[in-house]
Design a protein around this ligand. Structure first.
Ligand code: URP
Ligand code: ZN
Ligand code: ZN
Ligand code: ZN
Length: 484
């Protein structure tokens, strides 16, 4: 089965050129001017549009039990939503309950993800520390092909891990050639501020934002980076939302550290005024951690994407219905944290980034696909329009227009935090491993079409992160990682 995409401009993270793309089976076999179609080849006319590597969203929570409920989008609705917007791979999180075996959690998540319509992978969360977890991490890396471990510095009393656990786990990551991924907010301080607010009678969604100021994130981001450096590992900071966190990342990078930052499309476009809405539902629907910030923080995030000090735009798609959000009526601490964005990320970033001149189309590809493929060690299998790469592609029409509305979305929730946004640019067609799965408004992907993507361990980068050089030697790291 072969397919030829004609009449488009191929856009990669480093260059663009007018070229046809020939696909055989799952993969791209030729990229070049005027490729002759072998007999029987299906032709897809790009009509002058751009041909981009499919978007990769490295931060989703599909069918995730969280805060007493379960996210409304599962691996079927979430990944189908992704395809309609040009995203062809998601990386979700296996979340063991504190004390639960990682191997059991992995089996549970692989079962849920059998319904995925796009390719997908996992980060494994470290939610507690024990000899068992220390041992299991090796299986996770070597057998399951997961090279990233997620750590929550917030959600005290639930998922949060403390500095000693961070240090031990980061050291273990360094030794295994894996990378820690961090939710950086000071969970102890958040818990105290929450209590103080409730005691003063602040119970509405605005209390959520007051309890998580930028300093809480800036401090934790800096702490995570320093602990990573002490253990000799690179580190990836998720949902970087404020100037203080961005500055900590930029400072570390300027000193030669492998530190990565991931703004969300929500934080780039929505601001703190969302929590002052008189409609409780409106504000609660926008409760997520970290919360939306003021314009000065948005400007800092955009500057980071432009300069390269921030590398990835994700969604943290963690969708709850209005009914689920209402669990927190009368106490903002109980509003399930999370917002959606999986199907709209690319169009929103194109509109606010490329159409405004803030980003080039090549930078757009970098921050939506190529950079994260490189960071997660799956480049150029993913993240490139190149010979040998998986044919995960988007025919991107820069002139397409669409107004976002919950009425027309694939996601299962009953609202959209971007309701009414007028988007320029959209996926005219999406290809997943060589198959046209979305075209002209017609979704042809089925639950179960997606493949699990293994990600090999990283080569060691100890030298660049060697605050404590003796700990970064392989034997010393094993000693440094305190086995309980
Ligand atoms: O509020 C959020 N971000 N919910 C999802 C879980 C997380 O912290 O990423
Ligand atoms: Zn090592
Ligand atoms: Zn988080
Ligand atoms: Zn998240």
């Amino acid at each position: 089965m072969s397919l030829l995409i004609r009449g488009g401009t191929v856009v990669n993270h480093d260059h663009s050129r007018r070229a046809d793309v020939l696909i055989e089976g799952d993969s791209i076999v030729a990229v070049g001017a005027s490729i002759a179609a072998p007999t029987g080849t299906e032709i897809l006319d790009a009509g002058g549009a751009y041909i981009l590597p499919g978007g990769i969203d490295p931060h989703t929570h599909l069918e995730m039990p969280f805060m007493g409920t379960v996210t409304a989008d599962d691996f079927e609705s979430g990944t189908k939503a992704a395809l309609t917007g040009g995203t062809t791979m998601v990386v979700d999180f296996c979340l063991p309950d504190p004390g639960q075996s990682m191997l059991a959690a992995y089996q549970e998540w692989r079962h849920k993800s059998e319904k995925a319509a796009t390719d997908y992978g996992f980060h494994m969360a470290v939610t507690s520390w024990s000899k068992q977890i220390y041992d299991e991490m090796e299986t996770v890396v070597k057998t399951y092909g997961i090279n990233t471990f997620k750590h929550f510095m917030a959600y005290k009393g639930a998922l949060m891990v403390n500095d000693d656990e961070l240090y031990n786990s980061f050291a273990r990551c360094a030794h295994l050639g894996a990378m820690p991924v961090v939710h950086a907010e000071n969970g102890d301080v958040v818990a105290l501020m929450q209590e103080a607010l409730i005691a003063r009678g602040v119970t509405g969604p605005e209390g959520h934002a007051y309890s998580r100021p930028p300093e809480v994130e800036g401090e934790a981001t800096n702490r995570a980076i320093m602990i990573a450096d002490m253990t000799g590992t690179p580190v990836y900071i998720v949902h970087t939302s404020c100037r203080q966190a961005h500055e900590a990342i930029a400072r570390a990078r300027a000193a030669g550290k492998r530190v990565y930052g991931e703004p969300l499309i929500q934080h780039l476009l929505l601001d703190e005024r969302e929590y002052q809405n008189k409609d409780w539902d409106h504000s609660a629907q926008r409760v997520m951690s970290p919360p939306f910030r003021d314009r000065s923080h948005q400007d800092s995030l955009w500057a980071g994407l432009q300069s390269g000090s921030l590398q990835v735009v994700a969604t943290d798609h963690c969708a709850f219905t209005t009914e689920q959000k209402r669990f927190g009526l009368g106490d903002f601490r109980k509003i399930p944290n999370g917002t959606g964005g999986l199907e709209d990320r690319l169009a929103l970033l194109w509109t606010a980034g490329v159409a405004t001149g803030r980003l080039t189309k090549e930078e757009f590809v970098a921050v939506t696909s190529a950079n994260i493929a490189r960071i997660l060690n799956i480049f150029p299998r993913k993240g490139a329009v190149a010979v040998g790469s998986d044919a995960d592609l988007v025919v991107w029409d820069p002139k397409a227009t669409r107004t976002i509305s919950a009425k027309r979305q694939m996601s299962r929730i009953d609202y959209n935090v971007f309701e009414g946004f007028a988007c320029t640019g959209g996926a005219a067609a999406t290809l997943s491993r060589g198959r046209i799965v979305w075209k002209d408004g017609d979704l042809r992907a089925e639950a179960g079409d997606g493949h699990y993507v293994e990600r090999p361990a990283f080569p060691p980068v100890h030298v660049a992160n060697s605050t404590w050089k003796e700990l970064t030697a392989p034997r010393a790291v094993a000693r440094g990682a305190v086995t309980p």
